[in-house]
Structure formats: structure tokens, C-alpha cells
Ligand binder design. Structure first.
Ligand code: PLP
Length: 372
């Protein structure tokens, strides 16, 4: 087994998707699985779909291409405003895209006409996060232009919260989004089919007691993959927070107290938090670093403390005397660490699949079968 690697428990991802889909269904909301944090990994996408996701959403075309190459045929929506230079491929690979620029929509329309198809447009409304979006006051006029444009169809509107500015989706903001969809229908006629309320940060609102209005879709990544509420950082009840595990190998152990590097100068010194090894702590070096993940986003195994990291080395202190060169250590990752590790060229992905066990059973298969 190579390391570093990410162990992915597909059964846990499927369970998380099933759990959220069931709860949202009671509120009349569909779930669209977001695969950008796992770079469009087709097996993970399939676990989301098996769990009841109605389609997939991606931020990058390269990831969509990966999904299509693996014969994922469901509807895929591009949730980052398309690049003008990519409109032809967007129309070819995605049924729909989120848009904020009329020039890009015109480009998509022209590309769709060239391909003799119609591309669905979801207009992104700016509701306070100050990342992407059309100001609510301008939305009606742009919607009207989309409706009059051959090659594209106005499918819906959407909003995003708690990404750039950390603005939480309050009941008032969500009601305003619902009102916008009704307003646009009054202005330009077509039925607004999709009102996509936001991302994992919307779950507390969606599963709460407030009326959900016309919101009928949420785009979920973090909640499904990590079972976490991104606003509070807390585990969501009934969900697995350990579907992903990062595994790295120990390449050096040092029983002696760590000597203070002689030539440490100011800038480098800041990177080190030298721990007292007086309490029997041993210093370990693992073959993983900032090139592989966001080290600050790792949860250290119990009995260990992070000392520091460089591009290729992770230095920790452990109280476990059994640590030796060649052993593997396991880390939980937050969203940022997961995203970085999934896209790092030297980090392999090992899929644990309870539905399609490998012919030669791996040492972990049985354990995970029992959990689902
Ligand atoms: C990343 C993203 C999502 C998914 O966010 P999570 O926090 O992972 O649920 C949804 N919508 C948009 C527009 C995004 O960029």
C-alpha cells in the first residue's frame, strides 16, 4: 500500500447522502451533490447519487470531464460562473450552469445553437456573501434578456451563503430569495423551476422550523463528505465525520529531546513550536507536508502534538513508545485539508467499497462492512 494516501469509505458517504436526502425530502428540498472537494472523483460522485442526490454540481470543467469519462450520465451543473473561453465545452459537458454575466450567457447561447441544443441557465443572486451574484435589483432585467435569448433557457435562480464573507443564511434572506423567484415570474413569465438555496451552511435553516418558501434545492459538499456543519464546525447528528482518513508513514523517530537547530534565524524560528520532550515525548517525522495537504486542517491522532511542517515533512511529538520507522499514522481532515489532499499528485486515493468488495479482501473491508 502506498502512502501518503486517502482512505475513502464510500458506504459512509452514501449513508450521509441518504440521511440528508431523507431529511430534506420532508421539507420538499432536493439535494445536489457537490464533488469539487474530491476533484470529481467518479466513485465518490456515484456514492452521492446512490444516496439519492438528484444530480451533481462541479466548479471546474476538468472535474466534469473526469465524471463524464467515467460514464456518469446524470445532470451536471457548473456552479462556478463559466469562463468565456470555455463556453463550448460547458454546453457539451453540462446540462446547466450558474451565471452572473450576460456576456457569458450570450456565449453559452451561441455555443448551444452551434450544437443544436438548449443550455439551462441558473442566475446567481447576490444575497450578502459578496462572492458571486447579480444584485437583486438587476436580476429581473437580466432574467428577461435570458428568456428572450435563443439557445438558453432560464431554469432557476440560486444564492450562496457563508463562503467569502461568512454571511449566514437567515430566514429573512431565504424568504427574500423566494420572493425574488416569484417576482421574476411576474416579470418574464416562465416558471422558475429551481430555486437553489445554497450550500452546506444552509442545512440548519433547511432542517429547522421556518417555512422554506420556494427553495427546492441545496448544493451540498462538505455536509455529505465530512458530516460537518461548516458554520459551527460541529458534526451533524446521524452522519459520519470519518468517511475520509489521511494516512502517512513515519520516516524518522528520535528518542532524544529535539535539539534546538543551531542556525535558526527569525523567519524559520516562527515555523517551529519546539515542545518540551522532558515528559517522554518522542519526535517523529512523517513523509507528508504542505505539498500534500493543509497541515493545520489535520486532527492529530490522540497522544500526539503537531510540532511543525515543511513542504515535504511533518514533525510531531508522540507519547507512544511503540512508534517506529515504517508505521502508518492516520489523520482526520477538515474540508480544506481534504480538498488539497485530493488534488495532490503524490496522495493516492484508496476506495473502500462495501458494495463491490475487491477480489482480494483488504485488511479494512470487513471492519467497514460491519459499520454500515
Ligand atoms: C462549493 C460550493 C457549494 C458546496 O459547498 P459546501 O460547503 O461544500 O456544501 C455550493 N455552491 C457553490 C456555488 C459552491 O461554490
Amino acid at each position: 500500500m502506498t502512502s501518503p494516501r486517502i482512505e475513502v469509505d464510500l458506504g459512509k458517504i452514501r449513508h450521509n447522502a441518504e440521511t440528508v436526502v431523507r431529511r430534506l425530502k420532508n421539507r420538499g428540498i432536493n439535494m445536489t451533490g457537490v464533488t469539487k472537494a474530491v476533484c470529481g472523483d467518479p466513485a465518490i460522485a456515484q456514492a452521492m447519487l446512490d444516496g439519492g442526490s438528484i444530480g451533481l454540481a462541479e466548479a471546474r470543467l476538468s472535474n466534469v470531464r473526469r465524471l463524464r469519462n467515467a460514464n456518469i450520465t446524470c445532470s451536471i451543473t457548473l456552479i462556478r460562473t463559466p469562463m468565456l473561453s470555455q463556453v463550448d465545452e460547458v454546453v457539451q459537458l453540462c446540462e446547466a450552469s450558474y451565471n452572473t454575466e450576460i456576456g457569458v450567457i450570450a456565449g453559452l447561447a451561441a455555443a448551444a445553437i452551434r450544437k443544436n441544443t438548449v443550455h439551462d441557465i441558473i442566475l446567481m443572486a447576490e444575497m450578502g456573501d459578496l462572492r458571486e451574484g447579480i444584485l437583486p435589483g438587476d436580476l429581473g432585467a437580466i432574467a428577461q434578456q435570458v428568456v428572450n435569448m435563443p439557445g438558453v433557457a432560464l431554469k432557476g435562480i440560486g444564492a450562496n451563503f457563508a463562503c467569502l464573507s461568512g454571511i449566514a443564511p437567515t430566514p429573512a434572506k431565504m424568504a427574500a430569495l423566494s420572493d425574488l423567484s416569484t417576482e421574476i415570474e411576474g416579470l418574464c413569465g416562465p416558471f422558475i423551476e429551481t430555486v437553489s438555496g445554497g450550500n452546506s451552511a444552509n442545512l440548519p435553516w433547511a432542517l429547522g422550523k421556518q417555512p422554506i418558501g420556494r427553495v427546492n434545492d441545496l448544493r451540498l459538499g462538505e455536509a455529505i463528505l465530512l458530516g460537518m456543519d461548516p458554520v459551527t464546525g460541529e458534526q451533524i447528528g446521524g452522519m459520519y465525520a470519518d468517511a475520509f482518513t489521511l494516512i502517512a508513514e513515519v520516516i524518522e523517530t528520535d528518542a532524544e529531546p529535539a535539539p534546538l537547530p543551531i542556525a535558526l534565524v527569525g523567519r524559520d524560528l516562527a515555523k517551529f513550536r519546539l515542545v518540551s520532550n522532558g515528559e517522554g515525548g518522542r519526535r517523529l517525522i512523517l513523509a507528508i507536508g504542505y505539498q500534500d495537504t493543509d497541515i493545520q486542517g489535520l486532527t492529530m491522532p490522540s497522544g500526539t502534538t503537531l510540532i511543525g511542517a515543511t513542504s515535504d515533512h511533518l514533525v510531531i511529538s508522540t507519547s507512544q513508545s511503540s512508534s517506529r520507522v515504517g508505521i502508518e499514522m492516520r489523520f482526520r481532515m477538515n474540508y480544506k485539508a481534504l480538498m488539497r489532499a485530493m488534488s495532490a499528485p503524490d496522495v493516492e486515493t484508496e476506495l473502500l467499497d462495501d458494495r463491490h468488495p475487491k477480489p482480494s479482501p483488504s485488511r479494512n473491508t470487513g471492519k467497514h462492512l460491519a459499520l454500515i
